[in-house]
Design a protein around this ligand. Structure first.
Ligand code: NAP
Length: 516
């Protein structure tokens, strides 16, 4: 198969970079499958075109009409599902279930926002509250409404979810009436690029409302203007570069950052071997370590266990990990594929070496050779260690560490040491304990899954992000907020405090859908 050259779609046309750019590989065998180069692409003109043409076209439509567009995007993407699964396998090393998480997750998220947006009806503003009297004059009132921004949503994504990473952001932006310029991570840009190509070919969206930049980000951020927003997913260090970019700061650009996270799973004090809490806990840890070869921002990295259960839990997890078959996912017996490329493999191996300074490696079989394969790796914190590195270093692969705790307060305190996480899960049959865990972990965690035996088989997974709930976490996780139903729309709107007569405000609100 000849490597494809990925063009960018900007200013309403497909353009190639002036050089081939970066090679995208099949991580199972190192073969180059595509090239992505953005040198020479006029990014100032691209943003200007999106603002002028795309913004104008989208803002002419109501929320309900834009919701219908999301439905058509979902239908078009669903028609090519097999193609997306193939690209996911070839360029990301995904097994069928890994690919489904990314591809079906995208389609599901688009459909969810299509349904939700339809409920806003033929309106063009978002109502936040009802008018309330402001002074002694009964007729002088105030309320808040959201007005769609007149800019471009620059959506910069990480390599691990080339499809979902794009659509979970773009669905909300397009529904809000803000045109999109997507910048997928170069290593896996092929899937996002071909998805966009299928939509352009099917003429699904108004002109200018969807653009994609394939290859490096270049000088894109030097051309942002007031009204644009940047929604970034990736490492904390790149996120900081985006946040502190001179032009981004000078223009007061709204930035959302979804970054690293040291997510924890806590086995409650009642989780003795053989209890449902113990079994659900072990199953979830193994699932989280191995889905997408651990390359999930929400994956469990820290496994918090009562000190007297460390041995039993470690053995149970290791026994399940021993059943994992690592290899090229084109072989259907394989249950965990490679990480995305050799650089990522080296990063994981270095990370394991770093953690092993304070943790014992208890499970780390030899992975297959010839690709970016990494074995699922379980570590156990040395009893005498303070656990500085395990609470600091994110190893973005199938790697997690068992950490003992002496009592619940200590478990919650260790979980908070992650410096702000996207997700935590807690396993116990005691609802009172679970409620206490929610309060104790809430200040440092974006989402908490509380697993008692009644939902042990019903929840979609510790790491699965649902469009109806907020995705994001404080501190090192970036401090961002995405999705969360219609709350996600506010990032793409200016919330305006309006003052006027009762009659005038009622007139404004006839144009506003009420998301509450
Ligand atoms: P990354 O290296 O930080 O790259 C993320 C994106 O930023 C890529 O599209 C990259 O483009 C782009 N980029 C690079 N330099 C930039 C610059 N100077 N200005 C603007 N954008 C720039 O992250 P990654 O390796 O792709 O992803 C792994 C990380 O993402 C992990 O740390 C993981 O925890 C995090 N992550 C977080 C979430 C979440 O929702 N919180 C989700 C997934 C992943 P190029 O690819 O062209 O360099």
């Amino acid at each position: 198969m000849e490597a494809v050259d990925l063009k960018s779609f900007v200013s309403g046309k497909w353009v190639a970079g002036s050089d081939r750019g970066t090679a995208l590989v099949n991580p199972s065998n190192g073969v180059t499958v595509a090239w992505a180069g953005s040198r020479g692409v006029d990014l100032s003109a691209a943003l200007d075109y999106s603002r002028r043409v795309g913004g104008q076209n989208l803002r002419q439509l109501t929320y309900a009409s834009r919701a219908a567009l999301l439905g058509r995007i979902a239908e078009t993407l669903a028609a090519h599902r097999e193609r997306w699964n193939d690209i996911s396998r070839i360029n990301s090393g995904c097994t069928k279930s890994d690919a489904a998480l990314d591809v079906d997750g995208s389609i599901g998220t688009l459909k969810y926002f299509a349904r939700l947006g339809a409920k806003l009806g033929e309106t063009s503003l978002l109502a936040d509250d009802q008018p309330a009297q402001l002074t002694r004059a009964q007729n002088f009132q105030g309320c808040h409404v959201g007005v769609p921004l007149h800019g471009v949503a620059i959506l910069i994504n990480a390599f691990n979810f080339p499809a979902w990473g794009l659509w979970e952001k773009a669905a909300v932006s397009i529904l809000a009436g803000v045109p999109v310029l997507a910048k997928p991570a170069t290593a896996t840009a092929w899937l996002a690029q071909e998805m966009v190509e299928s939509l352009i070919a099917a003429n699904v969206l108004p002109e200018g409302s969807l653009s994609i930049l394939c290859g490096s980000v270049g000088d894109l951020l030097d051309h942002v203007c007031f009204g644009d927003v940047v929604s970034f997913t990736g490492s904390a260090s790149t996120g900081a570069m985006v946040r502190w970019h001179d032009r981004v700061r000078a223009q007061g650009i709204r930035v959302n950052v979804e970054a690293d996270s040291l997510n924890s799973a806590i086995l409650g004090p009642d989780g003795a071997a053989g209890t449902p809490a113990f079994q659900f806990f072990v199953r979830e840890v193994v699932r989280e370590m191995t889905i997408k070869a651990g390359q999930k921002c929400t994956a469990i990295r820290r496994i918090l266990v009562p000190a007297d259960r460390v041995q039993g839990v470690t053995e149970a997890i290791a026994a399940e990990l021993a059943k994992v078959v690592v290899g090229d996912p084109s072989d259907l017996s394989v249950s965990m594929g490679p990480v995305v490329n050799d650089a990522q493999r080296t990063g994981v191996e270095d990370g394991v070496r770093t953690l092993s300074r304070e943790a014992e490696i208890v499970f780390n079989p030899r992975p297959p050779s010839g690709g970016a394969f990494v074995a699922p790796t379980l570590l156990k914190l040395h009893p005498e260690s303070e656990g500085r590195l395990v609470n600091e270093v994110e190893v973005f692969g199938p790697v997690a560490t068992v950490i003992p705790y002496r009592n619940s307060e200590e478990a919650f305190e260790i979980a908070r040491r992650g410096g702000g996480s996207l997700a935590a899960s807690v396993y116990s049959a005691d609802s009172e304990y679970l409620a206490g865990a929610a309060a104790a972990l809430g200040s440092s965690t974006g989402r908490i899954l509380l697993v008692d035996p009644t939902i042990g088989d019903l929840h979609p997974g510790h790491g699965v992000v649902l469009p109806s709930l907020t995705h994001g976490g404080p501190g090192r996780a970036g401090g961002g907020e995405e999705l969360g139903g219609l709350n996600g729309l506010w990032f793409y709107h200016q919330k305006v405090a309006l003052q006027g007569s009762d009659t005038t405000l009622k007139q404004v609100l006839t144009r506003a859908g009420n998301p509450r």
